[in-house]
Design a protein around this ligand. Structure first.
Ligand code: FES
Length: 163
């Protein structure tokens, strides 16, 4: 006995299969979109590798920068950070790290090799080698990244905390 499928049944089955596939294709990303922010947690603190110690010349500011992405619900915000490592000697822990954000209105300062100062392009402030204010409106010296460590492979890392 042979079974035949009617044209109507064939269309019903085919429509159901295609409809189901479309539902999965749309539904899975939609569900992921809705629950994703709840699953992700933007790390508020982290160790950030900023370079190999062997590449940082003693007595000369070593510039670095990095970007952090904060997730707040469905909003993603990326912020740039940076600074300068100043090694005082061969001792891996004998160094300090300045934040390159000007303490006046947060512009990024640059090291001037000629003048041996950090210059802020926004209001012409000058900071000395230790980050102290030499000239201009900044109310305090450049901030420092106080927590750092050197890994076994000689990478300098700083501890970043949001805020
Ligand atoms: S932001 Fe640097 S001097 Fe104003």
């Amino acid at each position: 006995m042979s079974e035949t499928i009617s044209r109507r049944d064939f269309i019903k089955v085919t429509t159901s299969i295609v409809g189901g596939m479309i539902g999965v294709a749309i539904g899975v990303p939609a569900v992921y979109y809705l629950i994703d922010p709840a699953l992700r947690e933007g790390a508020k603190e982290a160790w950030i590798p900023i370079g190999k110690l062997e590449n940082m010349e003693i007595g000369k500011p070593y510039a670095f920068s990095f970007t952090r992405v904060q997730v707040n619900g469905w909003e993603r915000t990326s912020t740039s950070h940076g600074g300068f490592v100043i090694r005082n000697s061969d001792d891996p822990n004998d160094l300090f790290i300045l934040n390159s954000r000007c303490t006046h209105l947060s512009c990024t300062v640059n090291w001037s090799e000629n003048d041996q100062v950090y210059l802020c392009p926004c209001h012409d402030a000058k900071f000395g080698e230790q980050g102290e204010v030499l000239d201009g409106p900044p109310p305090r010296p450049l901030d420092r990244y106080d927590q750092f460590r050197v890994t076994e492979d000689g990478t300098l890392e700083i501890f970043y905390q949001e805020g």
